[in-house]
Design a protein around this ligand. Structure first.
Ligand SMILES: [Zn+2]
Length: 146
């Protein structure tokens, strides 16, 4: 997971700011306000603008961006989101019912964060809380300093 993210960061070029750039696919247009809130609250939690938000014209992966799609169903019955990356980019899938904090959890994955066993943390597998550890905050901020 870490290796591929590094490839994405390299593709976007060192020497320039490398935020995690989130874009909404047309299927996610109805969730745009919640996605916006997830980005804003995450940036607030980190204390720096490490996530940016834009709009994609299609559903496909976009090089260097994390595309958010809304789907009717995910693989696991209890799953509320999934994030995966391939050579073309990152794709985040959420449901029409996925909560704002769970959307932010997927953005954490898109930025390279892994699950932690703390219930109060954003990266707890079944996230209900926005809190990040100092280590997670530093990892997100480090991305903007390439
Ligand atoms: Zn997760």
């Amino acid at each position: 997971m870490k290796v591929v993210l590094a490839a994405v960061l390299l593709a976007s070029g060192c020497g320039e700011q490398t935020t995690t750039r989130i874009v909404t696919a047309p299927s996610a247009a109805s969730r745009y306000e919640d996605i916006r809130e997830a980005v804003d609250r995450l940036n607030e939690e980190v204390g720096e603008e490490v996530f940016t938000l834009g709009v994609a014209s299609g559903e496909g992966p976009v090089d260097g961006y994390a595309v958010v799609r809304v789907v009717d169903q995910l693989a696991g019955e209890e799953q509320t989101g999934s994030t995966w990356r391939d050579s073309k980019g990152v794709v985040i899938r959420i449901l029409p019912t996925t909560s704002t904090v769970q959307i932010a959890h997927e953005f954490g994955h898109a930025a390279g964060l892994k699950h932690v066993p703390y219930r109060v943390n954003l990266m707890f597998a079944r996230a209900r809380n926005w809190r990040l550890t100092d280590e997670q905050r530093r990892a997100l901020i480090a991305q903007t300093e390439h």
